[in-house]
Design a protein around this ligand. Structure first.
Ligand code: PMP
Length: 296
């Protein structure tokens, strides 16, 4: 059975889900998006993802033509039609169709796309052995150029960083900001652990304010683990006892080597493992997921 894709109020079979070549989302990467997960039919942190989507849109002067409630309803309806319980959801709002040229005013109607798909889980081994990362020359977009808080359709900054890491033989890239402080990875936020305390770059380091990041900070604090949102350099990466990445799709991924330096004892550390376990319990717990479930 082919999954259905929502485009502007209609559902299309995957192979017929198409947009115009004149959509500025394609022509210029002009648009915003969210990557969301559902667990057992409940969408995790839906309100937070919807709020971030609308804020990203606001920041690029894009007026989403439907309300947040209608967006949530469309999302749940698409999940239901596709009979998906554990899924990955991609919400996309493009600037819409317009004449060639950068002016956003050339586009009269933004397009809304909702793709719901089976979740492609990362190999379990990745969580058991951790990954290898490198810091890359490509800096994270400067906030005065394109603020990383805007989750926009143009991911070339991240793609260039990813290419660098893959060429270097590592699976992930750690991006620094223009001042040389650690910012984030290509699709995940970064954390280090030392002396049982957690440190992660603050939002004004120029990063996406990750929803998994915020959830992990909350989980850690609730468990009595001290969390600091502070600027730090590669030195703190190299001398960390543990390092992990957070993101909606990957959840929490241990990093065991950075620029050839072994982190801790080269295995996922205790704090990382504890947080991964807590995060999995939270996402799969019916009570917490219920909180963000609207009645549709
Ligand atoms: N940073 C970047 C650049 C991202 O694209 C993402 C999401 N893929 C994240 C961090 C993690 O954000 P979240 O936890 O909200 O998925």
């Amino acid at each position: 059975m082919s999954l259905k894709v929502y485009i502007d109020g209609e559902l299309f079979p995957q192979e017929e889900a198409k947009i115009s070549v004149f959509d500025h989302g394609l022509l210029y990467g002009d648009g915003v998006f969210e990557g969301i997960r559902s667990y057992g039919g409940k969408v995790f942190k839906l309100q937070e993802h919807i709020d971030r989507l609308y804020e990203s849109a606001k920041a690029i002067a894009l007026q989403i033509p439907i309300s947040k409630e209608e967006m949530m309803e469309a999302l749940y309806n698409t999940l239901r039609v596709n009979n998906l319980k554990d899924s990955y959801i991609r919400l996309v709002v493009t600037r819409g169709v317009g004449k060639l040229g950068l002016e956003h005013t050339k586009c009269k109607k933004p397009s809304i796309i909702i793709i719901t798909d089976f979740i492609e889980l990362y190999p379990p081994r990745l969580y058991e052995v951790g990954i290898d990362a490198v810091t890359v020359r490509t800096i994270r977009n400067h906030f005065e150029a394109l603020n990383p808080r805007i989750k926009c359709l143009n991911y070339m900054n991240n793609i260039l960083a990813k290419i660098e890491s893959l060429i270097a033989g590592a699976s992930e890239a750690v991006m620094l900001n223009a001042e040389g402080y650690v910012a984030e990875c290509t699709g995940e936020n970064i954390f280090v652990v030392k002396h049982g305390e957690i440190m992660t770059p603050p939002v004004n380091a120029g990063i996406l304010k990750g929803i998994t990041r915020d959830t992990v900070i909350e989980l850690a604090k609730r468990s009595g683990i001290h969390v600091m949102e502070e600027l730090f350099t590669r030195y703190e990466l190299y001398t960390a006892e543990e390092c992990f990445l957070t993101g909606t799709a990957a959840e929490i991924v241990p990093v065991v080597k950075i620029d050839g330096r072994v982190i801790g004892n080269g295995k996922p550390g205790k704090v990382t493992q504890f947080l991964l376990k807590s995060y999995r319990e939270l996402t799969r717990s019916p009570e917490t997921a219920e909180v963000t479930t609207p009645t549709v």
